[in-house]
Design a protein around this ligand. Sequence first.
Ligand SMILES: *[C@@H]1O[C@H](CO)[C@@H](O)[C@H](O)[C@H]1NC(C)=O
Ligand SMILES: *[C@@H]1O[C@H](CO)[C@@H](O)[C@H](O)[C@H]1NC(C)=O
Length: 202
Amino acid sequence: MANIGSYFSIAAIFIFALFTTSPSLCLAVRKFPSSETDTKFIKTWCDATTYPDLCFFTFSSYAAEIQDSPKTLTTKSLFVALNSTRLASKNLTDISKTQGLKPIETEALQDCVEEIGDSIDELKRSIVEMDETAGKSFAFRMSDIQTWVSAALTDEDTCMDGFSETATDGDVKANMRTLIEKVAHLTSISLAFVNHYAGANK
Ligand SMILES: *[C@@H]1O[C@H](CO)[C@@H](O)[C@H](O)[C@H]1NC(C)=O
Ligand SMILES: *[C@@H]1O[C@H](CO)[C@@H](O)[C@H](O)[C@H]1NC(C)=O
């Protein structure tokens, strides 16, 4: 059944949404039908990233689907990064259209929308490339993906720095930073997985 995967994704997003409002529901994540081995695999990979807690929280709900496949985990992480980047982009675009912003704030937001747009393209390209088998060697393909995911992370950091340098209204700035920071952390996790996967298969 091709749809089982998307049921899991939807369920995971739902539980994640619940968790952000009610931490006690964290326990629900553990009820996914995943074996201890699958969870351990994800824990090992997550522990090698800069954000192990966010990583394990994000990917343990996909354990049954990922099992012990580095490729599935890496691809999933690119999708997670892409989806969160897309959501952030929508949010930034909406906020840039709100009334009462200072010109300098509007400018910073528009720069950010552009940088985040580049980041989306780079992540999309990486996802397509992960699925290719013809042409390039594995090493060459992974090296391209490493380049693009690094570029996506740089674009997100540039966006965040733009806010730090702007005399933006305190709330707007804090919200934007939190939003982009989360995206950058998820992209950083994905880059760590890409590097790990590339290295493990040399
Ligand atoms: C990302 O978004 C796509 C399209 O909305 C969806 O099909 C997919 O399940 C999402 N993946 C993850 C990992 O959130
Ligand atoms: C998106 O932007 C709105 C303001 O337009 C804000 O209230 C909301 O919290 C933002 N969403 C996220 C996920 O940060």
